[in-house]
Design a protein around this ligand. Structure first.
Ligand code: NAD
Length: 264
């Protein structure tokens, strides 16, 4: 990566960055020298090891256990980043969850939880971080949506609604910040092999009475023409690019990394 892509001196929040895609993004930003506020759940020793690993990029790495299903915790996460690093320059809204059920059997409390984590927490974090970004007239907001922000699948009502909503929110924030040095864009991954997807593979294997490997192939061949998973590293690479000067005029866009899923 070129010298002009360095994020030295910038500070970032990556929500849900203790595993999967968020961790891939945190790694990519930290490798360019950004200070990163990690967030998410997991084993304390493993998170501490991650914190040390990411600090080798030269930035400071901190961690917040904020549970973003609780609206009041979201602004607290932004405040703790500003307290720790002095600023919040980059906000990556990545934490998300899935729940699978037919619409007429979808538990009301799961609808509310998925919408809060996948959509409302993104709005709450942007609302809290924008005033600080405006002070320096520079900021990057990256929302991790999904192929399910563009197209639908059965039994994923809350997830699909939240991700479509997140793409809409991305466009509004991009328009409101269009005359500033703050940009807002979305990334739409297809299948990425993370714990979130592993759960769906396990459920498919169980339902069909097939092996885990066969279920992976089933899952990919149903939706993803490349028949290959996208990786957290690839998503991290795009997020780092969106933080670079080359992306100054990319505003309100959604980028698919989905092996051709939404080209069909
Ligand atoms: P993951 O389950 O591997 O990681 C989720 C992260 O969020 C973890 O760090 C977890 O601890 C954290 N988290 C979960 N609940 C939280 C909460 N209440 N508060 C704070 N943090 C919480 O998931 P992933 O597959 O890496 O997904 C990350 C994002 O990418 C999600 O928004 C997901 O919808 C999206 N996405 C994933 C895929 C995929 O195939 N994996 C595809 C498209 C979009």
């Amino acid at each position: 990566m070129g010298k002009e892509m360095t994020l030295k001196g910038k500070s970032a929040i990556v929500t849900g960055s203790t595993s999967g895609i968020g961790l891939g993004i945190a790694r990519a930003l930290a490798a360019q020298g950004a200070s990163v506020m990690l967030n998410g759940f997991g084993d304390a020793a493993a998170i501490e090891a991650l914190r040390k690993e990411l600090a080798s990029g030269g930035g400071k790495i901190a961690y917040s256990a904020a549970d973003l299903t609780k609206p009041e915790a979201v602004a607290g996460l932004v405040e703790s980043c500003i307290k720790e690093f002095g600023t919040v320059d980059i906000l990556v809204n990545n934490a998300g969850m899935q729940h699978v059920a037919p619409v007429d059997k979808f538990p009301l409390e799961m609808w509310d939880k998925v919408i809060q984590l996948n959509l409302s927490s993104c709005f709450q974090a942007i609302r809290a971080a924008l005033p600080d970004m405006k002070k320096r007239n520079w900021g990057r907001i990256i929302n991790i949506a999904s192929a399910h922000g563009i197209v639908a699948s059965v039994e994923k009502a809350a997830y699909v609604a939240s991700k479509h909503g997140l793409i809409g929110l991305t466009k509004v924030v991009a328009l409101e910040t269009a005359k500033s040095g703050i940009t807002c864009n979305a990334i739409c991954p297809g299948w990425v092999l993370t714990p979130l997807v592993q759960k769906q593979i396990d459920a498919l294997a169980e339902r069909k009475g097939i092996s885990g490997e066969a279920a992976k192939i089933d899952l990919l061949s149903e939706k993803q023409p490349s028949h290959e998973f996208a990786t957290p590293e690839q998503i991290g690479g795009l997020a780092a690019f969106l933080c670079s000067p080359a992306a100054d005029q990319i505003r309100g866009s959604s980028f698919s990394i989905d092996g051709g899923w939404t080209a069909q």
